[in-house]
Design a protein around this ligand. Sequence first.
Ligand code: PEP
Ligand code: MN
Length: 260
Amino acid sequence: MNKEINIAEELILNPSQFTIIAGPCAVESYEQMECIAKFLKRLGIKYLRGGVFKPRTDPKSFQGLGVEGLEILRAVKKIYKFKIVSEIMDPRDIDLAYDCVDIYQVGSRNMQNYSLLKEMGKTDKPILLKRGMSATIEEWIKASEYIALEGNENIILCERGIRTFETYTRNTLDLMSIPILKSKTNYPIFVDPSHGTGRRELVLPATKAALVLGASGIIVEIHPKPEQALSDGAQSLNFAQFENLVRELNLLKNSIYEKE
Ligand code: PEP
Ligand code: MN
């Protein structure tokens, strides 16, 4: 396996680094991505997310820029040297995105799309496998085995909340999956506090809890103007809120790891 891109392994070896993957829900334009890239670069963030194939509930809502979105990611990556995280929904798009995407995301709706998982298992890139919104932890682990059995064990498990009777939050973030998965797998565990709550005011507390519980990092949605975002604006942080999150996380990280 190509060591250079064995990000999953790198994350296990450095649990105290608490990696932040940040970016918009969807790639909307070059200008939007350049603005976000400049901002994240200044803060030392190395992983940029941005969906180009969007799994939307309503077929009439914005579906992502597709191939044009990949072009934008390519251009931004070339200048700013981010590792790019982006969702693939169709196995035919794996090759299309190969030169640009460093970590393939499998979204919640596709956690049990076994044909897709098997194809992901044949690639040599890390796979960020989100939890299905109605999946048990056991089902989630089994889904990861579909990828691993094809030869790719470079897997990151990402808790993103599950459906419950509670409607105040978009999903119920099942934070107990972190210690449970840590006892059952060797994969790094990430948390998505954006989809996990659906509310930007809950992103910071959810992130702090994820760190304390031993997660390896977060994937978080940000936008220069969340109120104008084409998708998931209500859960996206603006730049000031994201900077505050980074500051608070560093304080918490120091209190946990440096005084041991
Ligand atoms: C996303 O990351 O924008 C997304 C659609 O996530 P999920 O699959 O967790 O809903
Ligand atoms: Mn989203």
